[in-house]
Design a protein around this ligand. Structure first.
Ligand code: PLP
Length: 252
């Protein structure tokens, strides 16, 4: 199989697994968005992905994403989704090109993004990242903080809050992974009751190559899939998740 055919094959296989997971959970496959995660994947392969119909890419690091955005400016129908922790001093880059940011976890970042977006006359879809695994090394707010945090977000007019995002525990043990997804769903149900005007709590971005079926069973509306589409990464995941010492794909 050539590269393009292999990519199409992987994508079809993932879509089929998403459909099957939806059917098993009694859900409509149209409710679940597949977000292809393209960190470490080079421009040539991204162009192949575009050629077979992919129109959005999830990227963990803002500089890497911005480089790709600039290189692929000839494809204006692409949507760039930032899914990794953002430092305040990099908000100006994100504000320039990102359509969506799934890792909001501080008011300082919200403020910096909003200010930069106002300058550019842009808006940004935003998810709040929640640490559902209780691991000290993970980014995200602890579940107890999210309600108070969300109540402050209407102050930032350029941020369109859509819901929540999490990374589950990295483990092959379903019994330890599933509670992370359940926690995020239950949190969203609670926040839906009390969310301020203009704050939507519909999106649940959870599930990756190793656990997206479980996430769908627990209500994911977006699954973020990298290696199962693009193949394993040479860069270890510790470059993206501080303290990561799991056994997932991409770990040397
Ligand atoms: C890399 C990454 C993913 C995708 O991980 P895979 O295991 O390659 O599917 C999902 N979410 C975030 C935040 C990531 O950084």
């Amino acid at each position: 199989m050539d590269e393009l055919a292999a990519l199409r094959h992987n994508l079809d296989a993932i879509r089929a697994r998403i459909d099957a997971a939806c059917r098993a959970a009694g859900r409509d496959p149209g409710e679940v968005r597949l977000l292809p995660v393209s960190k470490t994947v080079d421009e040539a392969r991204l162009r192949q992905a575009h050629a077979i119909g992919i129109r959005e890419f999830g990227e963990n690091k803002v500089q890497e994403a911005m480089g790709k955005w600039e290189a692929m400016a000839d494809l204006p129908d692409l949507r760039w989704v930032l899914i990794g922790h953002l430092q305040t001093n990099k908000a100006k880059y994100a504000a320039r090109f990102a359509s969506e940011f799934q890792a909001l976890d501080s008011l300082r970042v919200a403020e910096a993004l909003d200010a930069q977006l106002q300058k550019q006359g842009r808006a940004l879809d935003v998810l709040v990242q929640v640490n559902t695994s209780g691991e000290a090394t993970k980014f995200g707010l602890v579940p107890e903080e999210v309600s108070g945090f969300v109540r402050q977000l209407p102050a930032f007019a350029s941020l369109r809050v859509r819901g929540l995002m999490t990374l589950a525990l990295f483990s092959d043990d379903e019994a330890r992974v599933r509670p992370c997804f359940v926690r995020l769903r239950e949190l969203r149900e609670r926040l839906r009751q009390e969310a301020p005007e203009g704050i939507a709590m519909d999106e649940l971005s959870m599930g990756m190559s190793g656990d997206f079926e479980l996430a769908i069973a627990e209500g994911a509306t977006t699954v973020r899939v990298g290696t199962a589409i693009f193949g394993s990464r040479a860069t270890p995941d510790s470059a993206y998740w501080p303290g990561f010492a799991g056994s997932g794909a991409g770990t040397p």
